[in-house]
Design a protein around this ligand. Structure first.
Ligand code: ATP
Length: 236
């Protein structure tokens, strides 16, 4: 589904991706983890073509993504911070996106699931953080795509909305979708991920199951396993 080879990206003097190699097969929930600033969002944006790498190659669904954008229509991307135009109403935003994508959608069902009906006429700038995140979720899950990329999807959600999000992610998983997620909430990752990728110093430091990571670090839970990885590498 995704193949990244020898990827380099520098911002000024900051070498964020430093010869990163990564392969992700089709189907499954993959958590991209790493300390703050380790390059998770940069990697995701390179895969989406939103950040141009200095060197290296990326294939998405067997297609090299250099100088092409068509593959993007097969990806549902949920950004970490959704920069919605503040003066647009929720309903108008949904209509705009539906007009742009021109394919069947699940808007009505998802608006009901996240209780967004009372907010449909409101301007985006007037919504609470959690409600904005629900709008972000509806936009992400509205269309049927083989690849979903979710950057910190749980931010600001109340427990009921979090349960619904997890259900949605599992549903997509059971339909054979590939779902890439970044998160700092280890409880969420442990519950949902089939595979964990740990980014450190611009490369993949670990790729495997949560169970394998716990075994490798001799820890009983994921939070401690990740903390052990961070301490070990910081001490090295
Ligand atoms: N457009 C940019 N210009 C300059 N520096 C950037 C830019 N985008 C990212 N960076 C820097 O690259 C590094 C990696 O950032 P990135 O957002 O990819 O990290 P992250 O792993 O997603 O972090 P977090 O866990 O905090 O969300 C950081 O030091 C960040 O400041």
């Amino acid at each position: 589904m995704i193949k990244v080879e020898n990827l380099y990206k520098k911002f000024g003097k900051n070498q964020v991706l430093d010869g990163l190699d990564l392969q992700i097969g089709k189907g499954g929930i993959i958590a991209v983890l790493g300390p703050n600033g380790s390059g998770k969002t940069t990697l995701i944006k390179c895969i989406l073509g939103m950040v141009i790498p200095d060197k290296g190659s990326i294939e998405v669904m067997d297609t090299p993504i250099r100088r092409t954008w068509k593959y993007r229509s097969e990806i549902n991307y949920m950004p970490q911070i959704a920069d919605f135009p503040g003066n647009v109403r929720v309903r108008e935003l949904f209509d705009m996106i539906r007009d742009l994508r021109q394919r069947p959608d699940r808007q009505e069902e998802l608006v009901e699931l996240f209780g967004l009906e009372p907010h449909m006429q409101k301007r985006l700038s007037t919504l609470s953080g959690g409600t904005k995140q629900k709008v972000n979720i509806v936009l992400t899950f509205m269309f049927d795509c083989p690849l979903l990329i979710l950057d910190e999807p749980t931010t600001g959600l109340d427990p009921a909305a979090l349960i619904r999000l997890k259900r949605l992610i599992r549903e997509e998983h059971s339909r054979g979708k590939t779902i890439l997620i970044t998160s700092h909430i280890m409880e969420f990752v442990a519950e949902i991920a089939d595979e964990v990728i740990y980014l450190l110093e611009g490369r993949i430091y670990f790729q495997g199951s949560v169970e394998e990571l716990k075994k490798m670090t001799k820890q009983k839970n994921l939070e401690h396993a990740i903390a052990a990885l961070t301490t070990t590498t910081a001490d090295a």
